[in-house]
Design a protein around this ligand. Sequence first.
Ligand code: NDP
Length: 425
Amino acid sequence: MSANNKSLKHRLSHDTDREFGGTLGAICIPIFLPLTVLFLICTSRSPQAGLLQWPPALPSTDQLWDPLAPVLLLGWIALHAFLYMLPLGKVSEGLVLRDGTRLKYPINGYHDLCISAVLLLMLLGLGVPLGYLFELLLPLAVSAIGISFLLSIYLYIRSFWAPLHGLALGGNTGNPVYDFFIGRELNPRIGNFDLKYFCELRPGLIGWVVINLGMLMKEVELRGSPSLAMILVNAFQLLYVADALWNEEAILTTMDIVHDGFGFMLVFGDLAWVPFTYSLQAAFLVVHPQALTWLKAAAIVALNGAGYYIFRKSNSQKNLFRRDPTHPSVAGLETIATATGKRLLVSSWWGLVRHPNYLGDLLMALAWSLPCGFSHLLPYFYVTYFTILLIHREARDERQCQAKYGLAWDTYCRRVPYRIFPYIY
Ligand code: NDP
């Protein structure tokens, strides 16, 4: 074994601060979160929609299983895999890997969204009852959970054939339960097909807005036309998904792609958690219609607009700064030098709080819940969960930045004392 490989092996087994509660978390989360998805869907359609109620009796097998669901889901994934491989859009390179190479990624997620939209409109034109997704929601979620487990097992097994430099530093503790959960291989690929990059933004994220559309069509079936609340929820979330796919290249520098292995945590998050819990507001509105005045709607649109503005401006500013620090729109900003040669922005958006992009995201999350009124807690599940997720993610990122930048990071934290919410946190 070469000296390089020896030192890498040492880092793989020792650079591992276990996250998400270590082994206990890795046992509990894969049991608890899938049950939570099913609980939330059942609750969203129950008359009382009470989040604090005792979990309702487990649905019957008929309600949980429909052979159409796995067929639809596998067909959906196959469609996006096909679109991924079409020679559309540009090809970008990811960051430099530990072996000095860079992987290539097709930037055609937005094309995928547009083609999917055209196909859906054609299906609607042909009279396909998209509202049936409401009835199929539980079986679809069960199938997505099953597929997440199967894919994670495949990823875990194949990681033992991956080269040492292709393994994620945090996912190789030697504890099979933890490594299965957190992910061993950094960029698992079949030929040029990158499994993690594909799952991150396509089947689940586009699936989310398709489920929303299905809920809107169900409302049309039930009440003749979509409500203002349903239109707002659909429009806000479509804007969010379209924005993510329009800016797909930015994902190449995120923690998920650069740092985390591809294991159950990301697979389940991408394929089951996002589409089936992020669409809860739309599912809730089917059974619990809400009257919304134009004035309230205008205030909610303004809140979503403000959140989106902060989110997009701050993300774009940092991405541009990382790609081209000499660009005229970022060259004049105040920065701090670090020992790595990279600089940290300390003015404009990144001088307001240390994660302005999270602040904007959370304002939007609140705007997605408000159209559902104040009679139930369930529509606020997303904003509550997302606040916890982003606070946890912020802490993980701070740890990594502190390890990367040391004293320079401490200086940044002194200059910009608030993490997400100005003067609060
Ligand atoms: P960020 O885009 O915030 O990236 C964090 C990285 O940015 C740091 O590791 C550091 O990396 C760099 N950085 C931090 N501070 C500065 C600074 N002052 N100047 C320059 N660079 C800095 O992380 P995420 O990937 O967590 O978030 C991306 C977006 O995705 C966010 O808007 C977030 O809200 C959203 N998101 C949404 C989720 C959802 O489920 N809807 C889930 C997770 C995220 P380096 O220095 O190495 O470049």
